[in-house]
Write a protein that binds this ligand. Structure first.
Ligand code: 5GP
Length: 197
């Protein structure tokens, strides 16, 4: 059984990363989505250990100092980090690990794990991104403006990624993400080879 690979999916908040990844996970049992740790307060409906591990800033800093994160970043005023041990464990069990993180975190992962596949999810336009963020109504005006301005900055980094998936049409974008995953996953390749025997 091959070791699983790391897939980093980054892009502006509201670009549709979560929806696309959900689609990928429903099609491929070999893919596992990492649950990040954050100091952000849970939104209504969010549960500890499901969307995130919600902890205090002090706990976060202790974990960061102790080397518990593969990468961590401050995003929109809160800290977010990828727990290292879980990523290692899942990969050694033959699962491809999907990280849904911000662009700066993606850069950290790529310098630490150069064989990781880096995918940038691009919203069709800043106007549509604003519409989506307003539609989901999870942020106040100030935070929404910060997310929009970060989106512009993040879009400038997309050329550093291995792949860019334009999310103008959900079905088409999901199809592209799945095609990239199939092409790059050592686990899917091994399963296909096994089936041909
Ligand atoms: P949200 O607060 O909307 O759940 O996430 C805000 C941003 O933080 C999103 O762009 C999300 O991808 C990013 N993020 C979530 N988890 C991590 C993580 O572990 N590391 C980094 N660097 N970014 C993360």
């Amino acid at each position: 059984m091959p070791q699983g690979r790391l897939f980093v999916v980054a892009g502006p908040s509201g670009a549709g990363k979560g929806t696309l990844i959900k689609e990928l996970l429903s099609r491929y049992p070999q893919a596992w989505l990492s649950v990040s740790t954050t100091t952000r307060k849970p939104r209504s409906g969010e549960k500890h250990g499901v969307q995130y591990h919600f902890i205090t800033e002090e706990e976060f800093r202790d974990m960061a100092r102790g080397g518990a994160f593969l990468e961590w970043e401050e995003v929109h005023g809160n800290m977010y980090g990828t727990p290292l041990e879980m990523v290692k464990e899942k990969r050694s069990q033959g699962k491809d690990v999907i990280l849904e993180i911000d662009v700066k975190g993606a850069g950290q992962v790529r310098s630490r794990e150069p064989e990781a596949v880096a995918i940038f999810v691009q919203p069709p336009s800043i106007e549509i991104l604003e519409e989506r963020l307003r539609g989901r109504a999870t942020e106040g005006e100030e935070e929404l403006q910060e997310r929009l301005s970060n989106a512009l900055k993040e879009s400038l980094e997309k050329d550093d990624f291995d792949y860019v998936v334009l999310n103008d049409d959900l079905d088409r974008a999901a199809h592209k993400l799945c095609a990239i995953y199939e092409m790059e996953s050592p686990v899917v390749k091994a399963a296909k080879k096994e089936n041909r025997r």
